[in-house]
Structure formats: C-alpha cells, structure tokens
Design a protein around this ligand. Structure first.
Ligand code: CU
Length: 151
C-alpha cells in the first residue's frame, strides 16, 4: 500500500497540474449528436504499472447525462479519477463515482484534472499501441472507444 501511494505521488508529479475548468459551455458552432467521445489517448506504461487515459466528452443532448463507469481488459482496475489540491501546492487524486455531463457542454478529461486511471495494466502499453475502453452513461448507450497510446 505504501508503495502504491508513493507511485501515485510520482505519477502525479509527472501528470502535473492544470488550473482550467473541466467543463465548457459551448457556443454557436457546437454541433453533433448524442454523446460524443473524441481525442482519446493514454500514457505508455509497463505491464503491472499505471496508465491514465484522457478524452473530451461532448453532450449534444437537450438533457444532462453522467459518465457512471468505465471498463477495459487492459488493466486490473479501471477508475474515474480527479486530481485535486490536497493543500497548498500538494496535488492528490481520488476516485469519483460519476462525472456530470451537462447538456450542450464538453467535459475535458486532461492531465491534472479528470482522468481514467488504469491500475496494473495487463500488458505493456507502448507508444503506438491501442486498446479498447468502454464508457457507461446514465442516460445514453454505452460506447466502446479505441484509445491510442502516445507520449
Ligand atoms: Cu488517478
């Protein structure tokens, strides 16, 4: 457990901190259908270590939705995480049960913010590899996306 905590901390340092908000209210040219996941990517990791995945989720529906779960066979444990400031200058991260996807908005999963934590990856994820990630929503159908691994 102590090892894991240390490793989380080191990873966090590598992930860094971004101050901007994770949700953006969209303007005129925002168009699409349903819930769309774009720009997915994940960090490389050796087998047994940790990776994180990032993407944008846009909710084009007239009603709010929520991301309520993620699944992948590429890791022993797949969790929705958020980074937060534990105290002045000290970043931590924690699991969140769900993420709000407000109507007509884009929620950004990014380094230093919301992310998908892939704990104990079942194979080495090298730059150029891909894996599948399934996202479950409260109101929309589940989606399986292809996630490229890159630096
Ligand atoms: Cu995390």
């Amino acid at each position: 457990m102590k090892y894991l905590t240390t490793f989380l901390f080191i990873t966090l340092l590598a992930i860094g901190c971004a101050g901007e908000s994770d949700t953006e209210q969209q303007s005129a040219e925002f168009s699409g259908e349903g819930v769309e996941v774009e720009g997915a990517w994940a960090r490389p990791a050796s087998e047994g270590r940790m990776s994180a995945a990032y993407f944008l989720i846009s909710n084009f529906n007239d009603s709010d939705d929520q991301l309520i779960g993620v699944e992948s066979d590429v890791a022993q444990l797949v969790e929705i995480h958020e980074s937060y400031e534990r105290e002045e200058g000290m970043m931590g991260m924690r699991e969140v049960p769900e993420v709000d996807l407000p109507s007509q908005s884009t929620v950004r999963f990014q380094q230093g913010g919301l992310h998908i934590m892939l704990i104990q990856v079942t194979r080495t994820l090298a730059d150029g590899d891909t894996f599948e990630l399934t996202l479950h929503f409260d109101n929309s159908e589940s989606q399986t996306i292809e996630v490229p691994v890159r630096l």
